[in-house]
Design a protein around this ligand. Structure first.
Ligand SMILES: Nc1nc2c(c(=O)[nH]1)N=C([C@H](O)[C@H](O)COP(=O)(O)OP(=O)(O)OP(=O)(O)O)CN2
Length: 281
């Protein structure tokens, strides 16, 4: 018998890609299970399926940096329960990340994409379901978005939860209105500007701002986090990078060029949520 659960949860995370660098991503997860019927006439109670998978994905994938440990572009070092890695980029640059182990997911794969990540999750989940379940399949996919969107990574050092991790991210739509009318040109400009970007807070800078490589470091409740990456893959902002503050930052930046007009920005953070802000000059 075949059982399925569509859109059971979504995961927000970042991953390392040889060409794209640090990629903020949001995927929807769906599951399918094959097995015999138990004495309730079920392959597995939907309640158990949803709780088991949601809890596991929340703990092991959501808000983590997914690292493809079989990649030739990776150097990884462990010291106690902290990890430090160097990732070589296709254009010759590099990214380094350090932090507590719980901020990373070490995925047995050469590259991270929907299928490789799902296959690793299924391996990790072996034994999580009752014996009536013979086979688990997991599928990740991106939300269908008609609007322009961007992928960004960031870390919120003041956040009490997992958003404090320095390299987690989202795939997010952006809607921009000038004097009440949607402005596709501005939306495309921001989608391009924040394509695979790291949004760094200026006060977290470690080292100088002027060079080709930028460094960020902070200590939060989970431990010490560090990140270095090419300045060209980064946008520095003076505020923290909550979606409220990003919406305000975008609105104010556009308002500088749209003098006398009211700019309203509806910025998403991942799927189905975000913040609205307005500005005029
Ligand atoms: N009001 C705000 N709340 C939160 C913000 C924010 O900018 N404004 N940001 C975060 C984190 O950046 C986090 O990455 C958001 O991730 P998400 O998974 O969407 O949030 P939750 O963990 O709360 O939701 P789940 O659906 O349960 O994963 C957090 N909050």
């Amino acid at each position: 018998m075949h059982l399925f659960v569509d859109n059971l949860t979504n995961v927000d995370f970042s991953y390392l890609d040889h060409a794209r660098g640090l990629v903020g991503e949001t995927w929807l997860a769906s599951a399918a299970l094959d097995g015999a019927l138990d004495d309730q006439g079920m392959v597995c109670d939907f309640g158990i399926v949803k709780k088991t998978l949601r809890n596991w994905l929340d703990d092991e994938v959501d808000h983590r940096l997914l690292v493809p440990v079989q990649s030739p572009h990776l150097e990884l070092q462990r010291s106690g329960d902290t990890l430090a890695l160097t990732w070589k980029l296709k254009d010759g640059g590099e990214i380094t990340v350090g932090g507590p182990e719980q901020a990373f997911a070490l995925v047995e794969a050469e590259e991270i994409f929907e299928e490789s990540a799902a296959a690793w999750c299924v391996t990790q989940l072996s034994g999580a379901f009752p014996g009536s379940v013979a086979k688990l399949q997991l599928k990740f996919c991106s939300e269908h978005i008609d609007d322009p969107y961007y992928h960004y990574s960031h870390g919120l050092k003041k956040h009490d939860g997992n958003c404090q991790r320095i390299a987690h991210g989202h795939r997010s739509r952006i809607q921009i209105f000038v004097d009440g009318t949607r402005d596709p040109e501005w939306e495309e400009r921001w989608a391009e500007r924040w394509r695979d970007i790291y949004l760094g807070t200026r006060e977290d800078l470690h080292g100088s701002e002027g060079g080709d490589q930028l460094g960020f470091a902070y200590t939060a409740r989970q431990g010490k986090f560090t990140l270095t990456l090419p300045a060209s893959r980064c946008e520095l902002v003076t505020c923290d990078t909550t979606v409220e503050q990003l919406a305000q930052y975008i609105a104010e930046t556009i308002a500088e060029e749209e003098k006398g007009r009211i700019v309203r920005v509806r910025a998403y953070e991942g799927l189905g949520k975000g913040a609205e802000a307005s500005a005029s000059r």
